[in-house]
Ligand binder design. Structure first.
Ligand SMILES: [Zn+2]
Length: 478
């Protein structure tokens, strides 16, 4: 008997997403990843006295697009505020963010929850801010180094309501968020490069209760897999405390992925009072209605809409449509194959198997041009090559390029549909296996597949399987 859950988990997520710009939020320094430490810095992002910030229009545009993609209301006037705290990787002593008047509020995002079907979470706010630098604890023995290349990199922070109900759901939300932001061209959302980071608020309560339990904040979650793990560990800790008669203490917990545990952040690392106030160096951020309208008009079709359209237009299953629309590049590629003349269902099968498998091994590159794949699919449909041979042609097209027909000919894979030639192969196989022929004639019908396999082997994969099967049946029942 499955136990009724004794506790309900309540989670809210704060996601920091790096905007895809070439320069930083308030200066012209490069945002390129992987440069030697402290080579992409200037007086502004080093926080030197007298340096003045100038907002990056490209970053504002991307932030507005992110807000619109999440169905937010974008405010024409928002205010940059200073968030004050002390940390070695924050040379100014404050981070420029937005507080009382954020860029956008009141959005939502629907995603497929493994537990509850389609769930819609509210996006309470989306605001623009700059990133801090990075402390490096493993560069020098017994010393911490600071790299300020990240200092001033543009981010949006996206804050949900307390609408998520399980760790696995938190992961599903994040994957959907990543998908939407990638589609909108806002960010590459690469957690390994730090361009998507997540903090979570978690509490538990008895099912049916409406008041929230005491929450803790979990930080330092740096991969999609760890989101689920870290929150499961913290949820279990809450439940154990409460069931042991104790009380949860409101605090910040750090997740350690090596030990799969959480520990409280040391209090001296904490900072409850950021003393926010409007940044006197920056006027309010004003985005005009026509600017917002232009961004809205140029947003691409988003994943959910594309998925539904694929189901309707190409008669695909929800499952297949979800796989094909998971990444925008793959969805566009699939449609190009169809537009080049391939039957939608056949094209879907090819893209979901051979194409995605090849892409996975080659940094997500789609190596066979869509038109070439359409030609190859047409060759299979027309009986010029069989499916197995076509897969070999595909590998050759991916590694060396060329035209499908020329490649198939060069590899000797053009299918033989000459019944005379097929008849010879069939005769050869039956002669070589008299015992099996007798067994087949005595009722072991499943041996037909064995004979067919032998014919394909004898023909080195070139026999048209349908014709070969017919020839076998004719001979064996004669
Ligand atoms: Zn700079």
């Amino acid at each position: 008997m499955a136990p009724t859950p004794a506790w309900e988990t309540v989670i809210g997520l704060e996601t920091h997403v790096q905007l895809r710009t070439v320069s930083k939020m308030f200066c012209g320094c490069s945002t390129a990843f992987g440069a030697p430490p402290n080579t992409q810095v200037c007086p502004v992002c080093l926080g030197l006295p007298g340096a003045l910030p100038v907002p990056n229009e490209a970053a504002v545009r991307l932030a507005v697009r992110a807000a619109l993609a999440l169905g937010c209301e974008v405010h024409e006037r928002s205010v940059f505020a200073r968030k004050n705290y002390f940390y070695p990787d924050l040379p100014k002593g404050y981070q420029i963010s937005q507080f009382e008047q954020p860029l956008a509020t009141a959005g939502s995002l629907s995603f497929l929850s493994p537990d509850r079907g389609v769930v819609t979470v509210t996006i309470g706010r989306l605001h623009v801010e700059e990133d801090a630098g990075k402390s490096l604890h493993d560069r020098f023995p017994k010393a911490t180094a600071v790299d300020l290349n990240r200092s001033g990199v543009p981010l949006v922070e996206i804050v949900t309501g307390a609408d998520v109900r399980s760790p696995v759901e938190a992961r599903a939300y994040l994957l959907t968020l990543k998908q939407v932001l990638e589609y909108a061209g806002v960010s590459d959302c690469d957690m390994e490069k730090g361009s998507l980071r997540v903090d979570a608020n978690l509490s538990v309560r008895r099912p049916g209760e409406t008041a929230l339990g005491v929450k803790t904040e979990v930080k330092n979650i740096n991969s999609f897999a760890f989101v689920e793990k870290a929150l499961s560990v913290e949820r279990d800790r809450h439940i154990a405390v409460l069931e042991g008669g104790g009380a949860v203490v409101q605090q910040t917990m750090l997740f350690d992925s090596k030990t799969n545990t959480v520990r409280p952040q040391r209090t001296k690392e904490e900072s409850h009072d950021y003393r926010y106030f409007p940044d006197p160096d920056l006027p309010p951020l004003v985005v005009r209605p026509d600017f917002i309208a232009e961004q809205r008009a140029t947003l691409p079709e988003l994943p959910a809409a594309k998925r539904e359209r694929f189901v309707a237009q190409y008669a695909l299953s929800q499952q297949d449509a979800a796989v094909l629309t998971a990444a925008r590049g793959v969805a566009d590629y699939y449609e190009s194959v169809v537009h080049a003349g391939a039957e939608p269902k056949l094209a879907a099968n090819w893209v979901m198997t051979e194409v995605l498998a090849d892409a996975k091994d080659h940094q997500d590159q789609l190596r066979v041009p869509a038109g070439r794949l359409a030609e190859l699919i047409a060759m299979v449909k027309g009986g010029t090559v069989n499916n197995q041979a076509a897969k070999k042609v595909f590998v050759e097209l991916a590694t060396r390029g060329g035209e499908p027909r020329t490649v198939a000919e060069a590899l000797g894979l053009i299918q033989v549909g000459d019944t005379g030639v097929i008849g010879q192969w069939v005769a050869e196989v039956l002669e070589a296996h008299p015992a099996e022929v007798t067994r087949y004639k005595n009722g072991e019908a499943k041996l037909l597949n064995f004979f067919l396999g032998q014919v394909m082997k004898t023909s080195r994969g070139k026999a048209d399987p349908k014709l070969a099967q017919r020839a076998l049946e004719d001979r064996l029942t004669a």
